[in-house]
Design a protein around this ligand. Sequence first.
Ligand SMILES: *Cc1c(COP(=O)(O)O)cnc(C)c1O
Length: 251
Amino acid sequence: MFKTERMNDKIDVDYRLKIRDNLRVIHERISSACRNAGRDESSVRLLLATKTIAPEAIRIAIEAGENLVGENKMQEFAAKYEALADLKHERHFIGHLQSNKVKDALKYVTCIETVDSMDLARKLDKYLSEANRSIDIMIQVNTSFEKSKSGLNPDETLPFLRDISTLKTLNTKGFMTIGLLDSEPEKVRPSYAKLREIRDAAAKEGLVGRQAELSMGMSGDLEIAINEGATIVRVGSAVFGTRISGNKNRE
Ligand SMILES: *Cc1c(COP(=O)(O)O)cnc(C)c1O
């Protein structure tokens, strides 16, 4: 069992109101970013990045109308699964998926946003074929070239897409990236522009649809991501507050 700062706290009234208020602010930011970019607000979905956050707090957000949740550790999906099982919501995996967690992924997750190797793709395909089912995935691209980050190099992305197109159990929905980590939000823009260029090039080849997902942007830079075409922004701290410990912000 992992420990988190919020996991066992009783959710007090203030925190409940705070979450609702934060959600309102985030949706205002999304809607104003869409207006500025000349985009329809319905073209961007909010994914709640809920690492270290207690199921009681996640419940408040889902009951307030949210329906998309992401975790970067499979253990957290597993631990929170029962507590949220009565609430309809999509669960996206947004962390690095280890081989020994692939089976769990198929049990707990509706979309894996972080497929970035043929090994992982084959492994998923093997289990899915046996179970006679399929799963939604996205391709994680390392658009900032930081060595610490998972994801394919931009140059490898199209060849990889061609390779996995033979695996019929994987429904490729789009692309995900974690942009350059910098205190200056504008510095992340080239990362997000890069992901859009990759999507457009892939669409041109017919490997994905023209509107394929771009999962990019977080609390601090979602406006830039939306400006560059994000269809999913992943927000944690701006909704649930700053994470105090453990499980670091970006992996
Ligand atoms: C935690 C996390 C986020 C959200 O980060 P915040 O700065 O808290 O909004 C987005 N993407 C991934 C992959 C994460 O792990």
